[in-house]
Design a protein around this ligand. Structure first.
Ligand code: ADP
Ligand code: MG
Length: 281
């Protein structure tokens, strides 16, 4: 048996999942510009008879590099993401169907897309051009820090109040009418603190801004769609402790419940794999 593969070639990262026989599922990722390396990995690892689902904005470019794989199918990105998220949520529930449940899916990739899901009903609600790509891009522009691993390592050490204007800062010394540590305006602190602003402060403020925005649109969408469950996926959550923490905190604060499944970065790839299985069944 040659197995099944799902390949999600996005704006920043190529995510792949390979399932064969009873061996462990393999998950790998490459930078989006490493199309050639990703193609060589496939040639080295995947038998020619494997059934492959390609998705994502660069899925077809990768597929063109691998013409020898005859059993390949293109899967529309939003279908793949929703299918993968449903499969991941089913795994989280220990294989039990949660078919009756209605939830909003927020895919925080390079940018962000929003979907509502209820069993087989999967509707894309829209998206915003703010996501993991904004964290890397703007932190880089602000202070030259553009290495993702460094950004997520430093951010928890940073102080957002060096950059953001909080409600407490505006009202001080009077007590604020809402929690003082809430952001009044991102990046609006007028006077820089005595010590200057450190790269980690920018990283923390960027992740804070993205968390606030994706949670706000996610929870608003959930309310319009009559649910309180919001599932966040995308590689922006990979090793990003601060984004996890803030996403949970803000979602709860706005009256909904957040789920951030560990395999969420691979939702598009897992969905493409399942769509390929269905296609060739
Ligand atoms: P896309 O499908 O658009 O490629 P992803 O869901 O893969 O998006 O998420 C991309 C984001 O994930 C990046 O913008 C960055 O914030 C974060 N990220 C996680 N791991 C990495 C990495 N190794 N290199 C660069 N960015 C990463
Ligand atoms: Mg993506």
């Amino acid at each position: 048996m040659s197995g099944y593969v799902g390949i999600d070639a996005g704006g920043t990262l190529i995510k792949m999942v390979y399932r064969s026989g009873d061996s462990e599922e393999e998950l790998v990722k490459f930078a989006a510009e490493e199309l050639e390396s990703a193609a060589s990995w496939v040639r080295r690892t995947i038998p020619l008879g494997a059934q492959i689902g390609f998705t994502g904005g660069r899925g077809n470019r990768l597929r063109d590099l691998l013409p020898e794989y005859a059993s390949a199918v293109e899967v529309p990105e939003f279908e793949a993401t929703a299918e993968g998220a449903v499969r991941i949520m089913q795994r989280e529930a220990g294989g039990q169907e949660a078919a009756a449940e209605r939830w909003v899916l927020v895919n925080v990739g390079t940018g962000t897309s929003l979907h509502v899901i209820e069993g087989a009903e999967r509707l894309r609600l829209g998206g915003i051009g703010l996501g993991g790509g904004t964290i890397v891009g703007l932190t880089g522009l602000l202070c030259g820090l553009r290495d993702y691993d460094e950004i997520v390592r430093l951010a928890p050490l940073g102080n957002r109040e060096a950059v953001d204007l909080t409600v407490g800062q505006i009202y001080a010394p009077a007590p604020p009418p809402i929690a003082g540590d809430l952001t009044a305006a991102n990046f609006a602190r007028q006077a820089p603190p005595e010590s200057g602003v450190l790269p980690q402060d920018y990283a923390a403020a960027m992740i804070g801004m993205v968390a606030e925005l994706v949670v706000t649109v996610g929870v608003q969408a959930a309310k319009l769609e009559r649910t309180t469950k919001v599932v966040y996926v995308g590689s922006s959550y990979e090793n990003n402790a601060l984004l996890h923490e803030l996403t949970f905190r803000f979602t709860e604060m706005l009256g909904a419940a957040a789920v951030i499944p560990p395999l969420g970065a691979y939702s598009g790839a897992i969905g493409a794999l399942h769509k390929a299985m269905e296609h060739f069944a």
